[in-house]
Design a protein around this ligand. Structure first.
Ligand SMILES: C[S@@+](CC[C@H](N)C(=O)[O-])C[C@H]1O[C@@H](n2cnc3c(N)ncnc32)[C@H](O)[C@@H]1O
Length: 235
């Protein structure tokens, strides 16, 4: 198996594009476990192309499609594919807009999915990386769950991250409304970066509004990320 760290070593990143983080790694790990050979896979919110390249390095005969609303991200994905002598169809556009009339066997959604209030204060997002996710972080994910049905083949799977810096319950409820089978494939706890702890009171305030959730341990803030798969679209 080619590991996430090995894929990190063969791609370039830059400050105008999202730098792969734990959510990228967890998404990659479930994707390579679940994706079958010979399938058509969409990496939605591809950033640097890390997940798509990781999938191609580990799977045979998979056809990759990548898109992102950021021009910087699409150009970097193109470059990373080219440098590794790999191919994919790479398109710029909002959510599914580049993929009219296309069907995929597996959609890896990794479009921005944390509260926009947190994104602004975090090390992960900057003015180049869009995070128009609403106060509770669910705006884009809820749209993806609703719109993906047109783009999934009949036995297709939608994979998405559930990050506690968003309203996870809203996402799970929407997934269950739209799919017969909704399964948490992995869950990992992680500490919020130390340099965000200065926002302690603000974090408590938005937690009390139900926008985000976290706990405290050893004086640190603990968040978590799960990876969800959704199959069997409800008629
Ligand atoms: C959390 S980053 C993940 C990037 C990459 N998958 C990774 O793991 O490094 C989210 C990505 O979603 C993209 N994005 C944000 N809003 C979007 C939208 N409305 N449509 C498509 N992509 C979007 C951002 O540009 C960013 O590259």
């Amino acid at each position: 198996m080619v590991s996430f760290d090995e894929v990190m070593n063969i791609i370039s990143v830059n400050k105008k594009v999202f730098t792969p983080n734990l959510t990228s790694k967890l998404s990659f790990e479930i994707a390579i476990k679940k994706i079958k050979n010979n399938s058509k896979v969409l990496d939605l919110g591809c950033g640097s192309g890390i997940i798509a390249i990781g999938v191609l390095k580990n799977k045979k005969n998979v056809k990759l499609y990548c898109s992102d609303s950021s021009d910087y991200a699409c150009r970097l994905t193109e470059r990373n594919f080219k440098n590794n002598i790999l191919t994919a169809e790479i398109k710029k556009g909002n959510l599914f807009s580049p993929w009219r009339n296309k069907k995929f066997d597996y959609i890896i959604n990794d479009v921005s999915g944390i509260s926009r209030l947190i994104a602004k204060k975090s090390p992960w997002f900057n003015s180049f990386v869009p995070c128009q996710t609403g106060n509770d972080g669910t705006k884009l994910t809820l749209r993806i769950i609703n719109q993906c049905k047109k783009f999934l083949s009949s036995n297709g799977t939608l994979q998405l991250p559930l990050i506690s810096l968003s309203n996870k319950n809203r996402i799970i409820d929407e997934a269950k409304k739209n799919f017969e089978k909704v399964k948490i494939q992995s869950t990992n706890d992680w500490f919020l970066p130390k340099n965000m702890e200065k926002y302690n009171m603000y974090l408590d305030k938005i937690k009390s509004k139900g926008y985000i959730d976290f706990s405290r341990k050893f004086d640190r803030i603990v968040c978590n990320t799960s990876i969800l798969t959704c199959t069997k679209i409800k008629k």
